[in-house]
Ligand binder design. Structure first.
Ligand code: NDP
Length: 286
């Protein structure tokens, strides 16, 4: 039976540390601020926002919701982003995606200040993740995976890591972050010829494909560390990951559950990024 890597435990430990940092900032009269921008009211985005607001409030971050009408023009959207870029009480800006089709993500992503871009929307931050340069913001979900590995002292150096999924929000940036820690990476996707062969070689296996319970027991090597990023709902409407948890836990060495795994850490990482953005602003003005 695998050890459970509890995202809740990681989020609690990190949250307490961050709360201490915010208390220190507040004693100097500084309150870290996050603006969450949503166009419309997609239920999945609204549910994420609720979680992020709760986490920010626990940690002491001032979290402002900027909810914009669905029919807002691209020009008006960009103008709102510019306004938040200039707002001294806003240190981090999170734009909920997807945006409505008439607002081009490819155009507007350049408008958010890279210094406030706490979930890596602007290509300037993506470039830093790809090149391994310090000082930018990586996307929150792959950062949450790294937090879990670090919390449990799981070394990456020299390890065979396999990631299933190559999206720009999870698989690709995570691969670069693991590569920077000297793991030997394989990235799998829908055109991978023998997925089971690749995944069963992994010492660290990350599932980020968005397919309910697709990683079966016979696809996982004995003793592997299995990180499940997937958030899916099965035919009974029950939340589940990309990993067949009940079966895989008998072969894996360590495993994250869903719920209670990676998803539990993401909003705490967002808070961490807001505090860092706040410190960066203070340092730049010192
Ligand atoms: P995308 O749909 O953007 O990407 C999925 C990736 O998985 C693609 O690269 C795709 O390959 C690959 N893939 C899909 N099916 C298979 C398959 N059968 N075999 C091999 N590869 C496959 O998803 P995201 O990256 O946005 O999200 C992935 C999962 O993570 C989702 O369940 C999502 O809900 C969850 N998620 C969780 C978060 C959290 O906080 N825990 C945050 C963000 C996402 P190809 O490129 O060839 O199409």
């Amino acid at each position: 039976m695998a050890d459970i890597l509890s995202g809740k435990e990681v989020a609690q430990a990190l949250g307490e540390k961050l709360k201490g940092e915010v208390d220190q900032l507040k004693s100097r009269g500084i309150v870290p601020g996050l603006a969450i921008v949503i166009v419309g009211d997609r239920p999945d985005s609204m549910s994420y926002i609720k979680g992020a607001q709760k986490k920010c409030s626990e940690i002491g971050i001032d979290c402002r919701l900027v909810q914009l009408p669905e029919d807002l023009s691209e020009k008006e959207f960009v103008s709102k982003i510019h306004q938040l870029n200039e707002d001294r009480n806003v240190h981090g800006i999170l734009v909920m995606r997807p945006l409505p089709a008439h607002i081009s993500e490819d155009r507007v992503k350049y408008e958010i200040s890279p210094l406030k871009d706490v979930d890596c929307f602007n290509p300037a931050n993506i470039a830093k993740v790809m090149s391994g340069e310090e000082g930018g913001f990586a996307p929150c979900t792959p950062s949450a995976v790294m937090e879990i590995l670090d919390h449990y002292g799981i070394e990456l150096g020299g390890k065979r890591a396999v990631i299933v999924g190559r999206s720009m929000v999870v698989g690709r940036p995570l691969a670069m972050m693991m590569l920077r820690r000297n793991a030997t990476l394989t990235i799998c996707h829908t055109k991978t010829v023998d997925l089971a062969k690749e995944t069963s070689r992994a010492e660290i296996l990350v599932a980020a494909a968005g397919k309910a319970r697709m990683i079966k027991k016979d696809m996982v090597g004995s003793g592997a560390v299995v990180i499940d990023v997937g958030i899916n709902f099965d035919e009974n409407g029950k939340m589940c990951g990309d990993v067949d948890f009940e079966a895989v836990k008998d072969v894996a060495g360590k495993i994250t559950p869903v719920p209670g795994g990676v998803g539990s850490v993401t909003s705490t990482v967002l808070a961490k990024h807001v505090i860092r953005a706040c410190r960066m602003l203070i340092d730049s003005e010192a």
